[in-house]
Design a protein around this ligand. Structure first.
Ligand SMILES: NC(=O)C1=CN([C@@H]2O[C@H](COP(=O)(O)OP(=O)(O)OC[C@H]3O[C@@H](n4cnc5c(N)ncnc54)[C@H](OP(=O)(O)O)[C@@H]3O)[C@@H](O)[C@H]2O)C=CC1
Ligand SMILES: O=C(O)C1=N[C@H](C(=O)O)C[C@H](O)C1
Length: 268
């Protein structure tokens, strides 16, 4: 069997650990590299030291060393880190699976431009459940387009640095798209003080941060006499890691192009 040669960026992070464990368990994938920022105390140690069974792959901060033997880089870091990895991968034909969230428009444009040089899968949520939920939301939004107020509520662990989550924003984009609108024209990102009555055409967002919540998303369609909630709740990061591996398998025969999990899962 042809092995997928995969490096992991952010190797000592929450997702980095989950990805390394998942790659080491997979029959068709080999961990061939690991990256972290130069300031990380993990640089120089074995990428699987946290599992108590070394993988023989050292965590590097130098891209040339960390990516020397890899066909894929799975990147769950921070936008500024991902954009540096992107430049290197585009120049060296390394395919990328990008799970990092919190990009601005310029960052997203850089990813689209790099996809003309190498194949990239970029999605704010790799879980099958969330991506199927996106389809449910599209259908719901079309049927609740009049008379229902739409609010997106997300909750994550205390360490999360971006808000609203990338998934919540994507849910908003899917709903706005189904209604023939641009999310930026209708989004109310937060509320405080005397806000006035709710604009019926708006899509509201609410963010909760606390403890070890892995990732909960609920979309509320609130009408008169009834309300509908479509929820997804993650109980482990393993679904994100499995989705990332599916993405690597999907990219294996692609040379260039920008894809998302809807492409990987055949949901388009
Ligand atoms: N698409 C999806 O399915 C999912 C996406 N995410 C997203 O993935 C990202 C990471 O999440 P999580 O693993 O919880 O975060 P962590 O903070 O646990 O891990 C981030 C990792 O990236 C490293 N890092 C930080 N800054 C840089 C940089 N500038 N360059 C390179 N590496 C850097 C960190 O190193 P150090 O610790 O030394 O700072 C750490 O190893 C977030 O954007 C999150 O929203 C998360 C889960 C699922
Ligand atoms: O930071 C996280 O943890 C997560 N981030 C992603 C997001 O911003 O949507 C995906 C998931 O919800 C976990």
């Amino acid at each position: 069997m042809n092995q997928l040669k995969i490096a992991v960026a952010g190797a000592s992070g929450r997702m980095g650990h989950m990805l390394i464990e998942t790659i080491l368990e997979a029959q068709d994938a080999t961990l061939t590299g690991a990256l972290d920022i130069a300031a990380s105390p993990a640089v120089g140690s074995d990428a699987a030291a946290f599992l108590g069974k070394p993988a023989g792959v050292q965590i590097e901060s130098d891209f040339a060393k960390g990516l020397a033997n890899s066909e894929f880089l799975i990147d769950f870091t921070r936008p500024e880190g991902t954009l540096q990895h992107l430049e290197y991968c585009a120049a060296h034909n390394i395919k990328m699976i990008i799970g990092t969230t919190g990009f601005d428009a310029a960052g997203k444009a850089a990813i689209a431009a790099a996809a003309e040089k190498t194949a990239i899968m970029f999605a704010p949520n790799m879980s099958v459940g969330v991506n199927v939920t996106m389809k449910l939301l599209e259908m719901a939004a079309k049927n609740f387009s009049e008379g229902y107020d739409i609010e997106i509520i997300e909750a994550h662990h205390r360490h999360k640095v971006d808000a609203p989550s990338g998934t919540a924003i994507k849910m908003g984009e899917v709903i706005a798209g189904a209604l023939g609108k641009e999310l930026n024209d209708v989004a109310v990102w937060a509320r405080e003080g005397v806000t006035g009555a709710r604009d019926p055409s708006s899509i509201g967002f609410a963010t909760v941060r606390g403890g070890d919540i892995i990732g909960d998303h609920t979309v509320l369609f609130a009408g008169i006499g009834e309300r509908i909630e479509i929820s997804h709740k993650s109980s482990s990061r393993v679904s994100y890691a499995h989705g990332s591996l599916r993405a690597a398998r999907f990219l294996a025969d692609k040379k260039t192009g920008l894809y998302d999990m809807q492409d990987v899962l055949g949901l388009r």
